[in-house]
Design a protein around this ligand. Structure first.
Ligand SMILES: [Zn+2]
Ligand SMILES: [Zn+2]
Length: 267
């Protein structure tokens, strides 16, 4: 195998539309980061292959497909491990999987072998979960990120390198860029264009100018800045986001590309 980590971008936007999906990633065909597009982006066979989901936070666009995914894969007999902050898992249990809107899939089909098993995590914790998911040799480290709800980003590490995922965040990229495994890819949210930078700041999101400040600070500290893939874009801002990111890229000398649904990255 020429790579350790295969990352498929299932969605690169903050809202689902006719041609955009919620920000969501599939790693080595078995591990997902967030769950907002696991129904719309995956075939039934691909859904059956899922073993674990790392959740970044409780917001709807990151958890939405968990109820339908459970129903869609109910008959395969497999339990999927869901990792997240206690706040995230509490919201999932009490809202989306409350047994009223849909069955409580932490207890169904049976309490002994439920569809979902919940694993609370803490920021800073390194998860060896991947060893149990078939994505051999991968581990994940969760890092606290500033957002409107308690949130984490993740650094996925293999012997060949690492990739980082910011989740929704208003900054705090240092926690990912300073990882000793030195990520060679950073998937970072850029929700709004610079015209809405104040709104982004207030909501715990990034705009190109805010990303630029984050990256400039990292460079000033001597941290290497890897290739950046922008996700969680609002389509109404996307034209401006793309133009403004190109400006940040050339002014800092950093490789920044807008993410795209169904694109793939290898490490
Ligand atoms: Zn959010
Ligand atoms: Zn979001």
């Amino acid at each position: 195998m020429g790579f350790d980590v295969k990352i498929r971008v299932l969605g690169a936007h903050n809202l689902e539309t006719a041609d955009a999906r919620h920000t969501c990633f599939l790693v080595n065909d078995v591990l997902a980061i967030d769950a907002g597009s696991l129904m719309t982006a995956l075939t039934p066979r691909e859904r059956d292959g899922l073993e674990a989901v790392l959740l970044t936070h409780r917001h709807y666009d990151h958890m939405r497909d968990l109820p339908s995914l459970a129903l869609a894969t109910m008959d395969n007999g497999a339990t999927v491990s869901l990792y997240g902050l206690p706040d995230t898992l509490d919201a999932l249990s009490s809202r989306l999987l409350d047994g009223l809107l849909y069955p409580n899939f932490t207890q169904r089909p049976t309490a002994e072998r439920p569809k979902y098993r919940l694993h609370p995590i803490a920021p800073g914790q390194t998860l060896m979960a991947m060893g149990a998911t078939g994505a051999a040799g991968l581990e994940a480290r969760a890092a606290a990120m500033p957002h409107g709800a308690p949130a984490v980003g993740y650094v996925l590490r293999s012997s060949r390198g690492a990739a980082a995922f910011s989740g929704d965040t208003g900054g705090g990229l240092h926690a990912l860029l300073s990882d000793p495994f030195r990520p060679s890819l950073l998937f970072v949210e850029v929700t709004f264009s610079n015209a809405a930078a104040a709104r982004a700041r207030g909501a715990g999101h990034l705009a190109p100018s805010l990303l630029e400040a984050e990256l400039a600070a990292a460079l000033a500290r001597g941290l290497p800045v890897p290739k950046i893939v922008a996700v969680h874009m609002d389509q109404r801002h996307e034209e401006a986001i793309r133009r403004e990111l190109a400006g940040v890229s050339s002014s800092l000398g950093v490789d920044i590309v807008p993410g795209a649904e169904d694109s793939e990255f290898l490490i």
